[in-house]
Design a protein around this ligand. Structure first.
Ligand code: SF4
Length: 326
């Protein structure tokens, strides 16, 4: 392992400033970063530990939403009574992620910033544009069972691994940041994660010199909330396909719907067209088919992951049947 310096940050602005140093990395729970360091995929020159900053509170906001500090642990967020009662989709998504031990350490901010689990990204003997820009993408013609079918590029077909972020996308969360001068910014989660394009190494809109301080949730939308995760084993596995759904349906008619998907793209995926197909429509197979068709518009398999197209369709049908059952 390459040697690195370690410092504890005294304030969020100092932590933000410290990230401007070449090779500097923020560490919070460390559940992803330490693995990456052990494999020499991340080789920071310095670690800035933010665990002592006062960013571990969950607070009500005046509009009826919640403000979640960046250092709130995944377990604490999932167990918070307000999250369980008003944002069930988020609580379930968190509990579907990782293992109990990891959830006890992993933080809200770190969860948003975790790196892909593409096998080739973790194998330094293989080409990977995300790890080593310009080297190629071994997954395109390789073993790509877990890879993306939407929003891909010829440079990268990796997926974003978070469950939490998928629920937050359905909830229209906003990411709050601070920079080295104390300037704050609010980034809608839809704009926080990026598609790979020709620069898959840039995964979020977070700039150097900025750190995440909180995530805010607007008041919960009306409707039944469901998080469904399909994976290779019942726990401690990443999603092949996941759906976060919030569907408001009365007497067989859908009034509104929000759908976000995990396991399909480089970022939590949302389809406005699919939601339009569901809005003010009867809750029946034809409507569900139209929504699935809209979600999968432009979907492309790469061999090993072709099955995700049919799996997404079936999973969405099942989730819509559950959320519209009267
Ligand atoms: Fe690297 Fe992305 Fe290709 Fe995986 S899919 S090998 S992360 S470039």
């Amino acid at each position: 392992m390459k040697s690195f310096t370690y410092q504890r940050a005294d304030s969020a602005t100092l932590a933000a400033a410290a990230t401007l140093k070449p090779g500097a990395k923020i560490i919070a729970g460390g559940t992803n970063l330490l693995d990456l360091m052990k494999l020499q995929i991340e080789t920071p020159s310095s670690l800035i530990d933010i665990n002592r900053l006062p960013l571990d509170k969950i607070e009500d906001t005046p509009d009826g939403g919640l403000r979640i500090g960046a250092l709130v642990r995944n377990s604490d967020l999932a167990a918070d009574p307000r999250v369980r009662q008003r944002y069930g989709v988020l609580s379930r998504a968190l509990l579907a992620g990782a293992s109990a031990q990891l959830r006890n350490k992993a933080t809200t901010g770190g969860n948003l910033l975790q790196r892909t689990r593409c096998y080739y990204f973790y194998d330094i003997t293989k080409p990977c544009n995300k790890r080593s820009p310009g080297s190629g993408c071994a997954a395109l013609a390789g073993f790509n069972r877990i890879h993306a079918i939407l929003g891909t590029s010829e440079h990268c077909i990796a997926t974003h691994p978070s469950d939490m972020a998928v629920a937050m996308r359905a909830l229209d969360a906003r990411v709050e940041t601070v920079d080295r001068e104390g300037g704050t910014k609010v980034i809608p989660i839809a704009e926080f994660h990026r598609l790979p394009g020709n620069a898959p190494e840039i995964e979020t809109s977070l700039k150097s010199g900025e750190i995440i301080t909180a995530v805010t949730l607007p008041p919960p939308p009306p409707g039944v909330q469901v998080y469904r995760k399909v994976r290779d084993r019942a726990s401690y596995a990443f999603a092949l396909v996941s759906v976060a759904a919030i569907v408001d349906c009365t007497r067989g008619r859908i009034r509104s719907a929000r759908l976000a998907f995990g396991g399909l793209a480089h970022k939590p995926w949302r389809s406005a067209r699919a939601e339009q197909r569901l809005t003010d429509a009867p809750a029946n197979t034809a409507t569900f088919n139209a929504a699935a068709k809209a979600v999968l518009e432009g979907a492309r398999g790469f061999g090993g992951n072709d099955f995700k197209i049919a799996l997404t369709r079936r999973t969405l049908h099942s989730v819509l049947a559950e959320t519209t059952r009267t």
